[in-house]
Ligand binder design. Structure first.
Ligand SMILES: *Cc1c(COP(=O)(O)O)cnc(C)c1O
Length: 437
């Protein structure tokens, strides 16, 4: 596959953008590759500047559930743009979007629109701290909530240690308020709350997507809900990835849990920059101008993003034609890929939920940070490169989810399986040679 033009663009980009990119994973560094440059997208496919075509399982990190450049969506936003791109003032569509969201997520009685998932989690945490008058927050190792200072923290080692920032530039004085617990280990949360009275909130991805897909075990989310209620701690579900993705009502619908606050993003903007946070009305009423927790945004509730979101959410309401399809195709893909891995004796596990999945090169079950982290990164790198050369674009990291769009039809699934067959056959040869050395 020739990527000469992409290579030249990457060289030019590196002079102007740090690492050549506007978001780090796009550099493909962890799989030892160079990025391709996208010319356009349509349906389930991306087309690069060299004329290559890729079946896209990154799908803008899950944001474009209708695929690229959906005809109806393009018509809707084209007409929206004719009426102005930003008002900095109230407009009726923001009420329509909020209405659709609250119907799907009844826990979000009141909400505010922002411009990204990061903004949503940042604001939700400020609100939780303001509302409870406490400083501490509990997050889970491997959960990603955007690049918010307080949330770019994971444990160095062991359970429930003080937060050590993952990034330079985050004051230790701030990170020390972040406690890190283990996903699917309720006792790791209890251990923190027993020792500390100063906890404002627990924030998590109710279905982990940013360590690869990891599902909550039975009793974990309900246990968290009970613990938070008992201690007066706010429970925040970060559904930026799972909202309108795993079900119309997100993970909180699937597991029947009512969080105090929820963060959304990705799907609700139909590919435009957007985020939202919302929840209990008594908590949300603490936000300015009603209350004493400040939060604002010049482009918040942007009319183009909002109208794109309305279009997508209305579309998704047709359960059998949307989530039903995503579920069926995801299950078919999973079964066939596992069969293929088994035939080639490749240690492989797939975690999946409607519309998203991760194949881990791991022997046993993957149900928390450690078991995910034990995956064979080298095998993933070979897999990634092999699939890319077959024209299939998976995320350039083992620890990400793959996403189906509504344009990943039975033909695309068949095409994907053909590529798995070739890539796994080749991988088996490589793994055998390695084990003989
Ligand atoms: C993507 C993501 C974010 C961050 O959203 P941005 O729009 O990239 O700022 C936060 N939380 C989760 C769970 C995400 O998947």
């Amino acid at each position: 596959m020739n990527r000469e033009k992409s290579h030249k663009l990457y060289e030019a980009a590196k002079k102007l953008l740090p690492g050549g990119v506007n978001s780090p994973v796009r550099a493909f560094a962890s799989v030892g590759e160079e990025p391709f440059y996208v010319r356009r997208g349509k349906g389930a496919y991306l087309f690069d500047v060299d004329g290559n075509k890729y079946l896209d399982y990154v799908a803008s990190w899950g944001a474009i559930i209708l695929g690229h450049a959906d005809d109806g969506l393009v018509r809707e936003i084209t007409s929206a743009i004719q009426e102005g791109t930003s008002f900095g003032a109230c407009h009726p569509y923001e009420i329509d979007l909020a209405q659709l969201i609250t119907e799907a997520f009844p826990s979000m009685e009141s909400m505010r629109l922002v411009n990204s998932g990061t903004e949503a989690t940042m604001s939700a945490i400020r609100l939780a701290r303001g509302f409870t008058g406490k400083n501490g927050i509990i997050k889970f190792r491997g959960c990603y909530h955007g690049h918010v200072d307080s949330l770019l923290v994971k444990a160095g080692s062991g359970l429930a240690t003080f937060g050590i920032p993952d990034s330079k530039g985050i004051p230790g004085d701030l990170a020390k308020h972040t406690y890190v617990a283990e996903f699917n280990r309720l006792e790791s949360v209890a251990a923190i709350t027993q020792k500390n009275e100063d906890i404002a909130c627990v924030i998590l991805e109710p279905i982990m997507g940013n360590m690869g897909v990891i599902l909550p075990e039975k009793g974990f989310l309900s246990g968290l809900r009970e613990l938070c209620t008992a201690k007066g701690i706010l429970l925040i579900f970060d559904e930026v990835m799972t909202g309108f993705r795993v079900a119309y009502g997100g993970a909180q619908f699937l597991y029947n849990i009512r969080p105090d606050l929820t963060c959304l993003g990705k799907v609700i903007g139909g590919g435009f920059p957007i985020g939202a946070f919302g929840g209990r009305k008594d908590i949300m009423d603490r936000i300015a101008p009603l209350g004493d927790v400040y939060q604002a945004g010049t482009l918040s509730g942007n009319p183009i993003a909002v109208r794109a979101g309305i279009y997508v959410i209305k579309y998704l309401k047709e359960e059998s034609a949307t989530y039903g399809l995503l579920r069926r195709r995801g299950e078919e893909l999973k079964a066939a890929v596992l069969e293929c891995a088994h035939r080639y004796e490749i240690p492989y596990t797939i975690n999946n939920v409607t519309g998203m999945f991760t194949g881990f090169f791991a022997k046993g079950e993957v149900n928390n940070y450690d078991t995910a982290n034990g995956s064979d990164r080298k095998a993933y790198e070979i897999f990634f490169k092999g699939m890319l050369n077959e024209g299939i674009f998976f995320a350039p990291s083992q620890f990400e989810a793959a996403f189906l769009t509504l344009f990943h039809t039975d033909d695309e699934i068949a095409k994907t399986l053909n590529a798995y067959e070739k890539v796994f056959r080749n991988l088996k040869g490589i793994l055998q040679t390695e084990s003989m050395q």
